[in-house]
Design a binder for this molecule. Structure first.
Ligand code: ADP
Length: 449
């Protein structure tokens, strides 16, 4: 097992990792920018190192500073969390070159899945169903039109290096295609430094359903069921739940086993998520995330498995926590991402939290790094915290979420809590009857009247 882990992240996920380390008896090193000197992860870690000024590129993305922090503190492993350097294959290699352990998958798998075109080819080869589309990158001078016609309109132009919904444009008709190709390529070039784009059939009312996997790197892999993340705004997840209201045990086992088998073949190590769109009873692979995800607590609540702890144990050479047939899904869980944003305009609202009261009671969990008097800095994402609830059934879970949301107080800044208080009372949400465009349509309707 590792002796000392450096946590190359901030906010709630840094705290989440720190908690797992403490339960494993591993010493912790927090790193922080000058803007985060008072952050909770810094206060609770055994040691901390300032790695630079506020901009992420000078601090949380600053590889030389992180290496120096490992050197000074004698850390033997690095946990990257999510975002920042978590899907940077080069970072994993550099750490290995310095005899430091990257808590994550092999660099080759990060690289493979980071290129969406290669990822899709690999998924297909491993027997995972994919969205119909171009076989690889398309260029405007290539016969993109012929490919699009063959797929059938509407088509989606997507960036090979994509992430966070950037570099994605829909072409509803043939007349839209040229513009969609150039704008997606330009956006991809400026966001990722890579203008390659590909085409996919644009699904009209799919759900976003993702499968959590855990691999041991030696050919063992299990799946831990799904999370339904269909409630999205600008391709960003807002509310996640598990199990999905539309899957039964047989459908879960079928897709789960397909994915687990693929991970066994890859000899994948650590946690990973295979993301699908789901429409008319069919799954379509869109991407794989080779890291812990924001919404991982949903799976923890319904399986009882501590994913971050297992991630660390497995990275240190440990075995999978259990065999597939010992994995059971208990009850229902929902996570709300509470952001420091105006709940109508979604304008960021950084600043000082004057009053803070997290809800409590049976089946209520808050993953957050804020406290009363904490100042949310303007430099990073606007997540205040995740409210996660668990109930024996979806109905119990919704009722518990309703009362937990009503109890929660975050004053001094604007938050998206009012949005969630409205969502939890919406008939379509209560019925589980929503798709990936539902929230945007709902918000457009709200603004209209
Ligand atoms: P990113 O890596 O930028 O997040 P993804 O491929 O994961 O991109 O897609 C993000 C979101 O975009 C999906 O959750 C879904 O809402 C939408 N999306 C992606 N592909 C399609 C598609 N073929 N048809 C319809 N919507 C899609």
């Amino acid at each position: 097992m590792f002796d000392k882990i450096l946590i190359a992240n901030r906010g709630e996920i840094a705290l989440r990792i720190l908690r797992a380390c403490k339960e494993l008896g591993i010493s912790t090193v927090a790193v922080h920018s000058t803007a985060d000197a008072d952050a909770m992860h810094v206060r609770l870690a055994d040691e901390s190192v300032c790695i630079g000024p506020p901009p992420s590129k000078d601090s949380y993305l600053n590889i030389p500073a992180l290496l120096a922090a490992c050197e000074i503190t004698g850390a033997d492993a690095v946990h990257p969390g999510y975002g920042f350097l978590s899907e940077n294959a080069r970072f994993a290699e550099i750490l290995a070159d310095h005899n430091l352990h990257f808590i994550g998958p092999k660099a080759e798998h990060i690289r493979l899945m980071g290129d969406k075109i290669e990822a899709k080819k690999t998924a297909k080869r491993l027997g995972i169903p994919v969205v119909p589309g171009s076989d690889g990158a398309v260029t405007p001078d290539q016969d993109a039109m012929a490919i699009a016609r063959a797929i059938g309109f509407p088509v989606l132009v997507k960036a090979a290096a994509g992430g966070g919904g950037r570099g994605m444009k829909v072409a509803h008709t043939e007349a839209d295609l040229q513009l969609a190709l150039t704008t997606a390529a330009n956006e991809a070039k400026s966001a990722f430094g890579d203008a390659s784009v590909y085409l996919e059939k644009y699904l009209q009312k799919p759900r976003h359903i993702e499968i959590q996997v855990l691999g041991d790197g030696r050919g063992g892999a299990i799946h831990l069921g799904e999370r339904d993340c269909s409630l999205q705004r600008r391709h960003q997840k807002v509310w996640e739940e598990g199990p999905s209201p539309v899957l039964d045990a047989a459908a879960r086992a079928k897709i789960g086993n397909t994915v687990a088998k693929a991970m066994q073949e890859l000899k994948y190590i650590g946690v990973g998520t295979i993301e699908f769109l789901y429409e008319d009873g069919e799954f379509y692979f869109i991407e794989m995330n080779t890291r812990i995800q924001v919404e991982h607590p949903v799976t923890e609540m319904i399986t009882g498995i501590d994913l971050v702890l297992e991630q660390i144990r497995i990275a240190a050479g440990g075995d999978l926590p259990m065999a597939q047939d010992a994995v059971t899904i208990n009850g229902h869980s929902i996570e709300c991402r509470v952001n420091a944003e105006n709940p109508v305009s979604f304008r960021p609202s950084p600043g000082k939290i004057l009053q803070y009261h997290p809800p409590g009671g049976l089946g209520v969990r808050i993953d957050s790094a804020v406290y009363q008097g904490y100042v949310i800095p303007p430099y990073y994402d606007s997540l205040v915290g995740k409210l996660i609830v668990h109930g024996k059934s979806r109905v119990e879970c919704l009722m518990r979420l309703r009362r937990a949301l009503d109890e929660m107080v975050v004053d001094g800044i604007e938050t998206t809590l009012p949005l969630f208080r409205a969502l939890v009372r919406e008939p379509a949400i209560i019925d589980g009857d929503y798709h990936i465009h539902w929230l945007e349509q709902y918000l457009a309707g709200q603004k209209a009247d």
